[in-house]
Design a protein around this ligand. Structure first.
Ligand code: CAA
Length: 282
């Protein structure tokens, strides 16, 4: 179980590669963009430096972690001899279906294919492969090196032995696995996103300002970030797409995305990644 591949070198992909490599796994980090891979390695190095400064890891662990990571732009070569693939590409269904068809073709026949999707149906992704019993959701939280949870999502056809293996693997990463079933938003985003959407609706309706809404939730409920700051951190486009998945999947108007969220995404105000959302980032 020592060699794995991570597909996608964005925020989640580099965090997932970091955590596996730090726990002794050999990781092929795969992305079509070579500059994205270089940027990911810089981010991992910066985050490891932060851990060294805090004293939570040594310089030797940092060096070992970096030595465990190989960068790869060719998907077929990156997955050809791995036990597990964790896909963390952009949250776009047609892209993910295509990636899973390719993974099915190029990864070893017994390899487990996991996806870090935050809301796309695991069952639908699994159906794009000839091994739906070996497809599972492995949903890490951002920032991956810090957050303890791995939400493990069983697709309709996921074999129990695969779930057991992924639970054990998550524990090896010093994470806390939680097994749930494949319905829209799973558990994390079925509960988190309506809260964020409600915070945006409260702002939209003029009930309170950005600072007040976030302060109420931070100081009143001991959340580390207020819901509007968290929305900026996650990306407003991601929040909108998850609300749309909940709305379409349950057909219930309580999941309708707030019109302010729709407007902000249309205007390109996506939060931290675009430089402005509910707050400004310089
Ligand atoms: N890598 C390594 N370590 C990191 C890090 C990173 N990327 N980011 C932060 N840290 C470490 C810091 O070094 C620090 O370590 P110590 O506790 O040892 O000092 C610790 O994390 C806290 O960091 P900071 O002091 O810099 O800042 P903070 O106290 O404000 O915490 C935070 C930052 C951990 C992000 C905190 O604000 C938080 O928990 N926010 C909420 C995060 C959250 O809800 N994530 C889930 C989002 S939803 C999702 O991911 C799934 C989805 O599908 C949308």
């Amino acid at each position: 179980m020592q060699k794995i591949a991570v597909i996608g070198a964005g925020t989640m992909g580099n965090g997932i590669a970091h955590v596996f490599a730090q726990h002794g796994f050999t990781v092929n980090l795969v992305d079509v963009s070579a500059p994205a891979l270089d940027k990911a390695l810089q981010t991992i190095t910066r985050n490891l430096d932060r851990q060294v400064t805090k004293g939570s890891i040594t310089e030797e662990v940092k060096a070992g972690t970096l030595a465990n990571i190989s960068l790869q732009t060719d998907l077929a070569a990156g997955v050809k001899d791995v036990y597990l693939v964790v896909e963390a590409a952009t949250e776009n269904i047609s892209l993910k279906l295509k990636i899973f068809q390719d993974l099915d073709q190029h990864a070893p026949a017994n390899a487990i294919l996991a996806t870090n999707t935050s809301s796309i149906s695991i069952t639908k992704i699994a159906a794009a492969t000839k091994r739906p019993d070996k497809v599972i959701g492995m949903h890490f939280m951002n920032p991956v090196p810090v957050m303890k949870l791995v939400e493990i999502i069983n697709g309709y056809a996921t074999d129990k032995s695969i779930t057991t293996a992924i639970v054990a693997l998550s524990e090896k990463l010093e994470k806390v696995p939680c097994v749930v079933n494949d319905y829209p938003g799973f558990i994390a985003n079925r509960i988190l996103m309506p809260m964020i959407n409600e915070a945006i609706c409260s702002l939209f309706e003029g009930v309170a300002g950005v600072a007040e809404i976030d302060t109420v939730m931070k100081l009143g409920m001991a959340h580390p970030m207020g819901p509007l700051q968290l929305a900026d951190f996650i990306g407003l486009d991601v929040c909108l797409s998850i609300m749309q998945v909940l709305h379409d999947g349950f057909g219930n108007p309580k999941y309708a995305p707030c019109p302010l969220l729709v407007n902000m995404v249309t205007a390109g105000y996506l939060g931290v990644k675009s430089g402005e959302g509910f707050y400004k980032y310089t």
